[in-house]
Write a protein that binds this ligand. Sequence first.
Ligand code: PMP
Length: 404
Amino acid sequence: MNDADLRARAAKVVPGGMYGHLNAALFAPGFPQFFERGEGCRQWDVNGREYIDFMCSWGPVVLGHRHPRVEEAAARQAALGDCLNGPGAIMVELAELLVDLVPSADWAMFSKNGTDATTQALMVARAATGRNKVLMAHGAYHGADPWCTPSPAGTTPNERADLVEFAYNSLESLEAAAATVEGDVAAIIVTPFKHDSFEDQELVEPAFARGARALADRIGAALVIDDVRAGFRIDLRGSWEPYGVRPDLTAWSKAMANGYPIAAVTGTDALRGPAQTLYSTGSFWFSAVAMAAAKATIETLRDTDGIAAMERAGAQLREGLHTQAKAHGFVVNQTGPVTIPWLSFDGDADLSVAMHWSDACLRHGVYLHPWHNWFMSAAHTEEDVAKALEGTDLAFAETRAHFG
Ligand code: PMP
């Protein structure tokens, strides 16, 4: 069954043939919708085309597809049972691992998706403070529930009524947002760096991170770091640990279990009591296989310094793309951490150059994205990146030929 046939069948039984942000119609024309398999840093679509994968399933795959240590841990647990009448010992072991690794974590709660974790973190903050309002950066993505979805379809204005926006990296704007709802701020929720789609990424200003911490302390609100996208690719201790800024609560998911479905909230002792008061549960939240995969993933990242491997591969990619873009006469912006890279073309407001280039990359066996940041994995070797750069070079040449 090929991609076109599957699209035709899906159009009859799935809304829009595919819904949400993985709808390939939103990318460049050549992007496949359906995939067959993945191995290491490679994926194959249902037409049998092979790609060096720089999206890593939009973040979850951090050690490479089908990593043996993770697959073995998951299979061992699956042989015992996955979804039982309660969690297994693995839940305690995983919580212990997070508490051991993450300085701001005295406890952990588990769920399935990043949205579960961001929502749960804000519920803990509200339960702790008895307050309503949440300060969040304008344009930031914290998930797909009614309170945070970027599209208003199917939601009511009430569901967003407790959000007050500030401009990322502007302490002045954050302070002003807090002042408008003085006395009622339950939480400040913030991503470790600015990674809004369609825009160049922006690293956090250390003074902003420290200022957010100080403000939260001053007004008695919880500082929540949404580490769903960046977690486990910047610093295993938490993405603001290098700046010495520790949150009260952290939302984790994506890269936590190398593709198995799991999310977590970690928090400080002061919030343990309020966390315990929530009605917080889900039919599949305590399934043991994903927890076993998470433990194996995090231990492997720790034991093999997986982040350093991603940094090496990411730096090689960035440097190669820089040289190629210049040689082909393109001015490009490469932004964000090298482990979560992105490239945009200067002056390409309508994305036509990015669409053309990413489409050409695909044809040359490189899967990356025209308007969303990419993800490195620890499985990208020097050889893989060098091979990918051969494809991107051809893609730059074709894009130059097309646009003249
Ligand atoms: N927060 C951030 C920063 C994210 O990047 C995402 C997912 N892209 C989410 C929350 C929501 O995660 P999920 O899609 O797993 O619900």
